[in-house]
Design a protein around this ligand. Structure first.
Ligand SMILES: [Fe+2]
Length: 331
């Protein structure tokens, strides 16, 4: 038994519905880049939102431990993303059956043992040849603490610390694939960061559902020795029709691809509540955490571990210490 429950789907959809997902992706038309915006919070000012994952990735020189310039490493992981549904908001017609997928809902109940499943977001990730995804855990959510309010690394560290479990809103993620690229395997650590990794091919019309906030995961490089396009933040990936795509810098074409070179996945995230009362407390903010309480608790824990003296370090130093102490990446 793995430490973390997960479920595989093969196939996920009927052949016709899987083809509809590809058509939907084309119909959406254009995809922006998922850049790392800097954090503007008082705590850890100037750190990247995912300072934890970025630093770990750079320290290792990417998934293949190569000595590459920082700009190349950044381009490797700066993939294309757009949302198809957000809460009750449908951002493209035809995503509804996927958003309500009964198999995902049932598997979601099993992951956390929580019966009330509320779909939160459906989004597409598209990776180009030469791109990959650093090993990380996703940004979790707590009552009163989410990515809109606080830096993302802080919530990741809060979850790994285990100190805020009573406020955590468990989330599950279903990751599904609808393309036929070489490489781009999904790597994950079902037995925890100290356990062996498992590799899942990104096979068309298959999926995995798991707690990606707790299970470290990433994406192996897409393509076979593929050259990476000279990507810069702000570029867009555009469907040109006829199974062709291009990366655009404004109107200029930077690189062009056929469908079978791209890695197209669709992720489904849902909140898992114990009951309606818990769902209500989350919705109505009756039991929210505040930033001061979060930091006080982390500082007290660092002191009890002998990592901190009585004096509290400057905010950015404290942020780095929190990341270093609580987020233990796979070796
Ligand atoms: Fe992730």
């Amino acid at each position: 038994m793995p430490a973390h429950h997960y479920q595989l789907f093969d196939p996920l959809l009927s052949v016709a519905d899987a083809e509809r997902m590809v058509q939907l992706c084309e119909r959406f038309g254009a995809y922006g880049m998922y850049s790392q915006e800097a954090s503007e919070s008082d705590i850890g000012e100037g750190l990247a939102q995912r300072h934890d994952a970025v630093m770990n990735y750079i320290k290792r020189g990417g998934r293949r431990a190569q000595d590459e310039p920082l700009a190349v490493l950044a381009a490797r992981t700066n993939y294309f993303r757009e949302s198809y549904a957000y809460g009750d908001e449908i951002l493209i017609d035809g995503i509804e059956p996927f958003q309500r997928h009964a198999g995902f809902v049932e598997a979601a109940r099993a992951v956390h043992g929580r019966p009330v499943i509320v779909p939160a977001i459906v989004y597409a990730n598209i990776l180009l040849p030469g791109q990959e995804l650093a090993v990380h855990t996703d940004v979790p959510e707590f009552r009163g603490a989410n990515r809109k309010k606080f830096p993302q690394w802080l919530m990741v560290a809060m979850h790994h610390s285990g100190l805020f479990d009573a406020w955590r809103m468990p989330i599950v993620t279903g990751v599904s694939w609808f393309s036929a690229c070489a490489g781009g395997e999904f790597i994950f650590y079902p037995d925890g960061a100290d356990g062996a990794p498992a590799l899942l091919p990104a096979k068309c019309n298959t999926a995995i559902l798991l707690d990606t906030d707790s299970v470290f995961h990433g994406v192996e490089r897409v393509g076979v020795d593929a050259e990476l396009a000279p990507l810069r933040p702000g570029m867009r990936l555009v469907c040109d029709g006829g199974g062709r795509w291009s990366v655009r810098d404004g109107d200029a074409i930077v690189a062009a691809y056929a469908w079978d070179e791209l890695r197209f996945s669709v992720s489904w995230k849902a909140y898992c509540f114990t009951d309606e009362a818990e769902h209500r407390a989350w919705r109505e903010h009756t039991d929210d955490l505040a930033l001061d309480a979060i930091l006080d608790r982390l500082v007290a824990d660092l002191q009890s571990r002998g990592r901190l003296g009585d004096a509290r370090p400057a905010p950015t130093d404290l942020a780095l210490q929190i990341i270093d102490e609580y987020i233990k990446f796979p070796a």
